[in-house]
Design a protein around this ligand. Structure first.
Ligand code: GH3
Ligand code: MG
Ligand code: MG
Length: 420
């Protein structure tokens, strides 16, 4: 995933009002807004800071620029741009869209900027995802790719089912596939939608079906029945495309936010029990297929109640966060680290020998013992007890239970130790 930049560039002779309105409306968004007030400043800014900004908001009539010169400049630098004027002009609108501007909107003291804010959020989120365009016409693919680029959305292209499925398998940041009915090869667009849906649910990958001009509307309906999230009929204008893409991607974002809220622990940002349930399924399946063992550890902080009693609950919370960071930094990205609740965690590792697993958890135990938590004048040393189950069973529940029995032994034999 590429890194997201966070800055909006506001190009306005008198930027304060618009800046304030956008900030008010966007409430919880965390973007910074940089402002430049004339064409000379704009040029200077872009030359040294192009890569910091993900979108530009431009007042069309800007000091120091010939008419349209500022737009051309931003387009040359491939910056997604919304242009504002005080009065609407159809002719200007057509010219701007033609040049590659994302949107042309009217800005009056009382105008509603919520659509602007939606666009800004979309372009911001588009930075970390990709589109895949599936069509047998190269010109069309390139034109679409250029439209998407104006929306801050990078894209890949393919012309048949086989390469589409290969690209999907290879790039897990693809979040929308735009599929034409007519594609190369034996498998047609409609069938391809069905095939994609076997492995990618509509809650995590959006499909937009494209029906060629002149086909009856039944075909578009068929697209939806096969699993497309939406469809669009050729020829379409850029705004139509953008709005549909925005709608399906916003829905996916909402679903993902809900999923995260349900599976991630708020305090520590580790997975919670529900997250463990979901993610451990794949680990169990893969261990079964490869006939390998899992290392399932239960970790519990020793005498944590005393930390709360001595320093208060807030410091207790900070210690839990501190420990979570230590856990995260001690393991690989694919390892599953979970806060079961309270001061109890579990960690599930794949592909390790028993000796290696013991070594890793012993190292972790010592690291926790030797790392002091500090906040202001408060210094706290904690220890943990660890119970480890090594082997394979089909039920995570039962492996965790066995690890928990070992944890109980570790507690009873003096704490700050690992039992296998
Ligand atoms: P042991 O070594 O036997 O595990 O002793 P312990 O004190 O760690 O265990 P006990 O189960 O008696 O107490 C756990 C404490 O963890 C009690 C509870 O207040 C605290 N705790 C649980 N969840 C949280 C939390 O989210 N934040 C804070 N600050 N404390 C928590
Ligand atoms: Mg405890
Ligand atoms: Mg406990």
């Amino acid at each position: 995933m590429s890194k997201k930049t966070n800055k909006i560039l506001l190009i306005e002779d008198n930027p304060e009002l618009l800046k304030r309105k956008i900030e008010e409306l966007s409430g919880c968004f965390t973007h910074e807004i940089d402002t430049v007030e004339n064409f000379a400043q704009l040029k200077e800014y872009v030359i040294s800071n192009r890569d910091d900004v993900f979108i530009a908001l431009l007042d069309y009539y800007l000091d120091g620029a010939k008419i349209g010169e500022n737009v051309d400049f931003l387009m040359e630098h491939k910056i997604p741009t919304i242009v504002y004027t005080k009065e609407f002009s159809k002719d200007l609108r057509d010219r701007l869209i033609d040049k590659g501007v994302l949107e042309y909107l009217i800005k009056k003291p009382n105008s509603d900027l919520s659509y602007s804010v939606r666009l800004i959020e979309r372009v911001y989120n588009n930075q970390s995802i990709k589109a895949l365009i599936v069509d047998n016409n190269e010109n069309f693919r390139n034109k679409l790719a250029s439209n998407l680029q104006q929306f801050g959305l990078a894209s890949l292209q393919s012309h048949d089912a086989k390469s589409t499925l290969e690209l999907l398998a290879k790039h897990d940041d693809i979040q929308i596939v735009i599929i034409d009915l007519d594609i190369s090869g034996e498998i047609q667009g409609m069938e391809l939608v069905e095939e994609i849906r076997e492995n990618y649910p509509s809650t995590s990958l959006a499909i937009l079906g494209v029906s060629p001009h002149g086909y009856n509307s039944q075909l578009s309906i068929e697209f939806l029945k096969k699993g497309a999230n939406d469809f669009i009929i050729k020829p379409f204008v850029k705004e139509q495309l953008n709005l549909r893409i925005m709608q399906v991607l916003e829905l996916l974002d909402t679903i993902e936010e809900k999923h995260i809220a349900a599976t991630v622990d708020q305090l520590t940002q580790l997975k919670n029990r529900r997250g463990l349930e979901i993610e451990s399924k794949a680990m169990i399946e893969s261990a079964f297929e490869t006939k390998s063992n899992l290392s399932v550890a239960m970790i519990d902080i020793d005498h944590f109640k005393a930390v709360n009693d001595t320093y208060g609950h807030d410091i207790g919370d900070s210690v839990l966060k501190f420990l979570s960071q230590q856990l995260t930094s001690s393991f690989r990205k694919k390892d599953l680290i979970v806060r079961n609740g309270g001061e109890e965690f579990s960690i599930i590792l794949e592909d390790l020998s028993l000796e290696k697993a013991i070594e890793m958890f012993e190292k972790l135990r010592m690291k926790i013992e030797n790392t002091i938590f500090e906040e202001g004048d408060t210094k706290i040393a904690i220890t943990v007890s660890i119970g480890l189950f090594y082997g394979f069973e089909h039920s995570m529940e039962s492996m965790l239970k066995k690890a928990d029995e070992k944890l109980y032994e570790a507690k009873n034999s003096g704490r700050n130790r690992l039992k296998v």
